[in-house]
Write a protein that binds this ligand. Structure first.
Ligand SMILES: [Zn+2]
Ligand SMILES: [Zn+2]
Length: 253
């Protein structure tokens, strides 16, 4: 199947060379993936090497190797992302919100601040930024849609109400949401987005894609089969990959 969210550079842990690219593609092949998508964090732009990925990919004819980007979405910073997207013809672009008004909220040191805040307010502030990301016209995909739950804090208000506007923006702009399996390895210990959201996403006719958010080769494709099972159980019959910003359909039946 597919994994459209892997970080070749990790957190700037390694460089993009023949060997590191091969490690990712070998793992993708071993896991039986049909499509793999590199989506490094935009702040490592200068370390990326897209031509080399294309070159190495020629040795893996059974794999569709896609090149994307995980862009850090901040309101009033859209020009910067736009400029990056003009530099290369990407297959897909993930817009992710890891920051609320300059607060990088998803790192372990920030957990205490989550507990100090009022939970509903925390979720509202987060989904407001996600709504703007989805409306920006910059992305094909929104990354880890309910990342704000990372430390296991749940809102009092129904999540479907808190996420309503963001979901509407996603649907209106034809964006795709990923089942991101990496959430299982965070304090919340479950995939992004949670099951009720997955069901609502299906109900609204929004397309799903899949991502492990692997920051090293060993994790490529992790739990992707289980994510597919969960989607099937929620009544999802197909998911999408991307080529040159166009959706590619995969049947789950
Ligand atoms: Zn992310
Ligand atoms: Zn990521």
């Amino acid at each position: 199947m597919l994994d459209l969210h892997v970080h070749l550079l990790g957190h700037n842990d390694r460089e993009a060379n023949q060997e590191t690219i091969r490690a990712f593609l070998d793992q993708a092949s071993q896991r039986g993936l049909k499509e793999i998508g590199f989506a490094d964090h935009d702040y490592y732009w200068d370390q990326m090497n897209f031509p080399l990925i294309r070159e190495v990919a020629k040795d893996y004819p059974q794999l569709d190797v896609r090149i994307g980007l995980e862009a850090e979405y901040r309101p009033n910073d859209e020009g910067r992302i736009k400029h990056l997207l003009e530099q290369f013809s990407f297959d897909f672009v993930i817009g992710s919100v890891h920051e609320i008004q300059g607060w990088a909220f998803d790192v372990p040191e920030e957990e205490p601040k989550h507990w100090q805040k009022e939970a509903d307010e925390l979720y509202r502030e987060y989904f407001e930024v996600v709504t703007r990301a989805a409306s920006s016209g910059l992305f094909t995909t929104i990354g880890h849609f309910d990342l704000i739950k990372i430390f296991g804090i749940r809102p009092k208000t129904d999540i479907l109400m808190l996420a309503d506007e963001a979901l509407s923006a996603v649907a209106e702009h034809g964006l795709v949401l990923e089942v991101n399996t990496n959430g299982r390895y965070k304090p919340v210990q479950e995939f992004y987005p949670e099951q009720r959201l997955r069901e609502e996403i299906r109900r609204r006719g929004i397309d799903f894609t899949l991502g492990s958010d692997a920051h090293c080769a060993e994790v490529v494709g992790r739990d992707i089969d289980e994510a597919i099972q969960l989607l099937r159980q929620s009544g999802v019959h197909s998911i999408v990959g991307f080529a040159n910003l166009d959706k590619v359909n995969y049947s789950l039946d």
